[in-house]
Design a protein around this ligand. Sequence first.
Ligand code: SAM
Length: 216
Amino acid sequence: MLKIIDHTDFIRRNTSVLTPPLVPEVTLYLAHEAVPIWQKTEEELGEIGLPPPFWAFAWAGGQALARYVLDHAEIVRGRRVLDLATGSGLVAIAAKKAGADSVMAADIDSFACAAARLNARLNDVGITITDEDLLLGQAASFDVILVGDLFYEKALAERVHAWLGEAKCAGAHILIGDPGRSYLPKSSLQHVIDYNVPVTRELEDAEIKRTAVWRL
Ligand SMILES: C[S@@+](CC[C@H](N)C(=O)[O-])C[C@H]1O[C@@H](n2cnc3c(N)ncnc32)[C@H](O)[C@@H]1O
């Protein structure tokens, strides 16, 4: 319990309530700039080996996927949805707003889980949040699996791809939002739609990232 309160306090002190440019229907605790929160995370929390604050940004892949889900609500309406690697919780919140029956937001970073919890409350939606690494178990029990921006590391991308393949065989409908990260397994994906996503220059070295939604 104490851990959650500390996480919440850190998130509130180092972010502002903002709307991701492509998804103005959703408000999130986000960082204005990348460098200060990255430094703060290292200074205040780094000694316990935490990952960088991915949860403080609405990544291009997540923004595109959230936009697509809100504009094509029939994909999630009445379904059991998983947002794998939720970060801020953006895609999970969009899915619930679009009418999903239930939404689970999963992220192995406990700060991301705390951010997703705060952000769900901010948007007045009920979602379930887990910090369990779902990739270690069987891919079952979801009708729809949404994945925003998770193909940035080779080993992780390979695990995710294999797990999603199993989930697809088990009958899940799988959508991926990605701005062309290095390890996106494009050859096994079907292109759905492109968006021009406004992003943080410090993170992406660009103001706009051409970002696609893909179907596995
Ligand atoms: C670039 S961020 C994307 C966040 C969000 N989906 C978005 O698009 O804004 C990647 C996220 O993946 C999470 N992650 C990494 N490995 C994971 C795993 N095995 N299971 C769940 N989340 C994971 C990280 O903690 C991080 O929050």
